[in-house]
Design a protein around this ligand. Structure first.
Ligand SMILES: NC(=O)c1ccc[n+]([C@@H]2O[C@H](COP(=O)([O-])OP(=O)(O)OC[C@H]3O[C@@H](n4cnc5c(N)ncnc54)[C@H](O)[C@@H]3O)[C@@H](O)[C@H]2O)c1
Length: 344
């Protein structure tokens, strides 16, 4: 398994392979870039089929965090960690404490938080060994409300550029996933006059959306083909793919889900279809801004202001993409690299 020749290796500053025999810990911490500040990114626990697959994921995700924090104007770099194993059987106090000691050995260059399969209670155990954690139960708490607010404001910025007005009255929005972020996001849009078409695997949530938000419910696979102005993926990643692109009738893709494009090539495909895409890590940055408020001791007002700035960031991004006739995802990556280069 090569590292420096790896296709996802992108001048990462440090990649640490962590092993603790006794607890069974196998983890990789990747610090991508600390130009703007200590690297911050969650720990993902996943049953990777090989350590090569885990390495690919952590290299890619840590670079994504660098771009996400740079575009959100945060004093943070990008990092990420993966623990390899089955979430149902591998978790123990000993494992998370051993993991915490590895994080501590990096001296603050990497700050961890929650990600897939990691709960606040797990982070609380890690915090017994290191102070380089964010998102512990007694501090910043749930980031979802801020993610929902940022996503709603991002949708308004997209509507301004593609529909001619940021007013959402009568705008049809197809929301996929009404979880912690999706429901609050849908409510903001509804309160702004939008008409909602929604789907979820949870029947109870759908009933609630029908009565509280006057939403029209459709089947899980029907959401792509509905007659909507905006498709808002707020559940799963990779829902923009060759199959779904054949069905989409929308003018805008803007939602909270991470890794929305199944393949980077879809960035250009979407543009060529006349769809305005709000790059996922820009529009869903409310969560990392919220977590950063704990790591960087930001006041509530400052945190709120930075979440609201997502509108301005996307406004500038969309204007520049139009001027340069370029896909928005590619341009967002470039803008993030420019922010880091200027800081250097
Ligand atoms: N929570 C945050 O602050 C945050 C921050 C950044 C990005 N995100 C991303 O936003 C998305 C939503 O996060 P969340 O915290 O609301 O998660 P969540 O688990 O609370 O909600 C996900 C919702 O999607 C539904 N769902 C699952 N499979 C589905 C399917 N096939 N079709 C339709 N709906 C389905 C679930 O029933 C649930 O209601 C995720 O992709 C997450 O990575 C979240």
């Amino acid at each position: 398994m090569s590292l420096f020749e790896h296709p996802e290796f992108d001048h990462h500053e440090e990649v640490v392979f962590c092993h603790d025999e006794e607890s069974g810990l196998k983890a990789i911490i990747a610090v991508h870039d600390t130009t703007l500040g200590p690297s911050l990114g969650g720990t993902r626990l996943w049953n990777y089929s090989s350590s090569a697959e885990a390495l690919t994921d952590v290299l890619r995700l840590s670079r994504g965090m660098t771009y996400k924090s740079a575009m959100a104007g945060l004093p943070l770099g990008g990092g990420k960690a993966v623990i390899i194993g089955d979430a149902k059987s591998i978790k123990s106090d000993a494992l998370f404490r051993a993991y915490g000691r590895f994080i501590n050995s990096l001296g603050g260059k990497y700050i961890t938080a929650e990600d897939v399969n990691i709960r606040t209670s797990d982070i609380d155990i890690v915090a017994q060994e290191t102070r380089h954690v964010a998102g512990t139960a007694d501090k910043a708490g749930d980031p979802s409300p801020h993610t929902a607010l940022g996503t709603y404001l991002g949708v308004k910025a997209a509507a301004k550029h593609r529909l001619g007005s940021e007013d959402l009255s009568g705008v049809k929005i197809a929301v996929q996933g009404l979880g912690a972020v999706g429901y609050a996001f849908a409510k903001y849009c509804r309160d702004d006059g939008a008409e909602l078409i929604v789907t979820d695997i949870n029947e109870e949530t759908l009933e609630r959306a029908k009565s509280e938000l006057d939403a029209t419910v459709v089947g899980l696979d029907e959401i792509y083909g509905v007659d909507a102005d905006i498709y808002a993926p707020c559940a799963l990643g990779a829902t923009i793919n060759d199959e779904t692109l054949k069905q989409l009738k929308c003018k805008i893709i803007a939602g909270s889900a991470n890794n929305q494009l199944a393949n980077p090539k879809h960035d250009k495909v979407v543009k060529d279809m006349g769809i305005l895409y709000a790059p996922d890590y820009v529009i869903n940055a409310g969560g990392v801004i919220h977590v950063c408020s704990e790591a960087a001791d930001m006041s509530l007002e400052e945190t709120d202001k930075r979440v609201r700035d997502i509108y301005n960031t996307l406004d500038k991004l969309f204007a520049r993409a139009k001027e340069e006739d370029r896909p928005t995802g590619e341009l967002a990556d470039q803008m993030a690299r420019e922010i880091i280069a200027n800081a250097k």
